[in-house]
Design a protein around this ligand. Structure first.
Ligand code: SF4
Length: 694
């Protein structure tokens, strides 16, 4: 048997350490590995992650539409033929519509090198401004709120191990017990001490582990946070010395919360009892060290940025950010959710977290890329706006999708399908025939995580090494090879397919930016448990803890941001009297394109389901296990009823991991946050029907 290769799980942002042991007959076995984020633990997804390497569903040859006709089936093709079709389609679109006739859609699962190369490919090889990625649907609201408060966004500005030093934790909108189970180890002290407070409209396993569970009406977290701030002010819990020394803007926020967010009003808005609200604030403020953590539940709203800002304001008022054992952080979800947003595949950013509209940033990156700054396009459309423009007279007519399954994961999924079908050319690069790949004109098969080298940046801002343990099957290529080959065919020749060379270029491009990787080498990453950015030179130790002395704002102070509660974008009415909220299950990751193909995971969580409260089930005469239809204003989805008191009586819950009729995103609302452009995934209005009754 070959030697175990130390690497990391391919799925979520915890990036648990594991060993891969290559097997003589092909494939590999997973073994646990002690690493600071997982301490030897892995969840079900991690333990079974090697199954996909040898899956019969894996793509090993390019596919194209027979005769180039979309009505005909996908058939195997040579790489040359497939790439020529892509290049011909790109040239056609550019001739008709100019550079923005071609769009690129990336993913938060791509390695740092691929995310970097994808952004560069879009802006240099294609010259298009139309590039964004699925991270826009993930943590963009927290990124926007973090940047406006602290001057820079790093999911957790401290290592996970610091959680042990926090006497109390407020966790908002995270079901980590299901999404990243090994994370729960880091909350052991607070669970034991009875100082874990969870905010979630569902009594998830995470909420059930808390000493106090606040269960608001979906879409009212912002009011809840403002109510907590009100209590902090009125009950004299604000850290006045910290506020005076380390922040600006408090007076306006203080006036705002005193004027409108007293607990009884907040109880009417959120459904959270005023005494519970007070108890939560006193629990946090009474601790010598405390942390406030948010995740998708707070962020995936049309007011997600303001919601996170309100929780950041609370953390600042209590004097937490930048103090050892205390702070605010966002639990990023996707495997490279952090790195994926730093290296330039975002519509408005260049590598190193630089702003695309900053002349100095453009000049720096253009010099690394060997192009004129003026040749770089400006900011493009955000993810949903980009998808919604496809195939329209003003929008792109060609789309290249990498590591994303938008047919399942984007909001208002039927509309997204229609837009994809209106394209002249859809190219999907993936390892399996996902729901999005099925609609493509050209499908390009890729290597998998265990077959390639690279780096990832986990939810702590820790840069890690992904190592190649196996040879890929003949017929597949890495995204870096695909991009280099396409770039060469398009006449752009500065695209390496070697991940190490790409990383070295990324280091130069990020140098001096907010996410500075200049001093991070593969050797340093391999020598220990990764290196935290910013790390400006090779003698620098990296920065596990941000903000200890100053925040990354021009004056070094954190900014309070005044925000107000506002209603959900789509409220209930007589026809749609329930809220729908969406989320995840233990056995599946993101759109499920990978995990639904792992037999053990598919057996444990085989199909879409709908959680409803027993009172609602009684009223509608719904029995456990029967098929129900959730009907909204944009479509309907079907799932099996799970009757449970863990969901509010006014709310139903659907996970979003399945395709077909069980797609929760057939229902979700594409109303966008004005700052982050995040869609309102977490709440829309629906009604419930018994399928058998029709
Ligand atoms: Fe760890 Fe996340 Fe992988 Fe589970 S899915 S093993 S929590 S990295």
């Amino acid at each position: 048997m070959s030697a175990p290769v130390p690497t990391h799980c391919p799925y979520c942002a915890l990036q648990c350490g594991m060993h891969l042991v290559p097997l003589p007959g092909g494939g590999a076995e997973v073994a646990a590995r002690d690493f600071p984020t997982n301490r030897g633990g892995l969840c079900r997804k991690g333990w079974t992650s090697a199954a996909l390497l040898t899956s019969p569903e894996r793509l090993t040859t390019p596919l194209v539409r027979e005769g180039g006709d979309r009505r005909r089936p996908l058939v195997p093709a040579s790489w040359d033929e497939a790439l020529e079709r892509v290049v011909a389609g790109i040239r056609r679109a550019q001739a008709h519509k100019g550079p923005d006739g071609v769009a690129v859609f990336g993913g938060g699962g791509l390695t740092n090198e691929k995310a970097y190369q994808l952004g560069k490919f879009a802006r240099v090889a294609l010259g298009t401004s139309q590039v964004d990625y699925n991270g826009r649907f993930c943590m963009s609201s927290a990124a926007a709120a973090g940047t406006r408060a602290f001057g820079v966004d790093r999911g957790l500005p401290f290592p996970l191990e610091d959680l042990a030093a926090a006497e109390a934790v407020l966790l908002v909108g995270s079901n980590a017990a299901d999404t990243m189970p090994p994370f729960l180890q880091h909350l052991a002290a607070q669970r034991e001490r009875g100082t874990l407070v969870v905010v979630d409209p569902r009594a998830t396993p995470t909420a059930q582990a808390a000493a106090l569970h606040l269960q608001p009406v979906p879409g009212t977290d912002l009011a809840l946070a403002l109510g907590m701030l009100h209590v902090a002010v009125v009950d004299g819990l604000v850290d006045a010395a910290y506020v005076a020394e380390r922040t600006t803007g408090w007076d306006e926020v203080r006036r705002l919360v005193l004027g409108g967010y007293w607990p009884e009003r907040v109880e009417r808005l959120t459904g959270v009892p005023a005494p519970d609200l007070r108890r939560a604030v006193h629990l946090l403020a009474g601790a010598r060290t405390a942390m406030v953590l948010t995740a998708r539940g707070a962020e995936q709203h049309s007011k997600g940025t303001d919601t996170v800002s309100a929780f950041v304001d609370l953390a600042l008022a209590l004097g937490l950010p930048g103090r050892p054992g205390s702070g605010y952080g966002c639990l990023t979800g996707q495997g490279n959710g952090q790195g994926g947003r730093e290296h330039g595949q975002k519509a408005d950013q260049l590598p190193g977290y630089r702003r695309l509209d900053d002349p100095a940033a453009r000049a720096h990156v253009a010099a690394v890329w060997g192009v004129e700054p003026a040749s770089l396009p400006g900011p493009g459309r955000s993810a949903y706006e980009l998808l919604d423009a496809l195939g329209t007279p003003e929008g792109p007519s060609v789309l290249l999708v990498h590591a994303s399954n938008v047919v399942v994961s984007a909001p208002d999924a039927r509309r997204v399908e229609q837009r994809l079908d209106a394209l002249d050319l859809l190219v999907v690069t993936d390892l399996v025939l996902s729901e999005t790949a099925r609609r493509a004109d050209v499908v390009l098969p890729t290597t998998q995580w265990a077959e390639e080298d690279g780096t990832m940046t986990n939810l702590e801002g820790r840069v890690l090494r992904r190592r190649r343990a196996l040879d890929p099957p003949p017929g597949v290529r890495s995204e870096l090879e695909v991009l280099a080959e396409l770039a060469a065919r398009l006449g752009a020749h500065r695209f390496s397919a070697d991940p190490r060379r790409v990383f070295d270029e990324l280091r130069r491009a990020s140098a001096g930016g907010p996410a500075d990787y200049a001093g991070i080498t593969w050797e340093r990453v391999e020598a220990g448990d990764g290196v935290f950015w910013p790390c400006p030179d090779e003698d620098h130790p990296g920065t596990p803890r941000l903000f200890l002395d100053r925040f990354a704002t021009p004056d070094g102070r954190a900014r309070f941001v005044p925000v107000h509660h506002r209603p959900v974008a789509e409220d209930r009415d007589a026809e749609h009297p329930l809220y729908l909220t969406t989320g995840r299950v233990l056995g599946h990751y993101q759109s499920g394109a990978q995990t639904r193909r792992v037999p053990e995971l598919a057996a444990a969580d085989p199909e879409a389901f709908v959680e409803l409260h027993p009172d609602l089930a009684l009223r509608l005469d719904v029995q456990e296990g029967e098929e129900v239809r959730v009907v909204g204003r944009r479509g309907a989805a079907v799932g099996r009823a799970r009757v449970t008191p863990t969901v509010r009586p006014d709310t139903v819950f659907m996970p979003f991991h399945w395709g077909g009729a069980g797609r929760a995103n057939l229902l979700t609302n594409p109303a966008l946050d004005p700052v982050s452009r995040m869609p309102e995934f977490k709440v829309c209005a629906v009604r419930l029907e018994r399928v058998g009754a029709h």
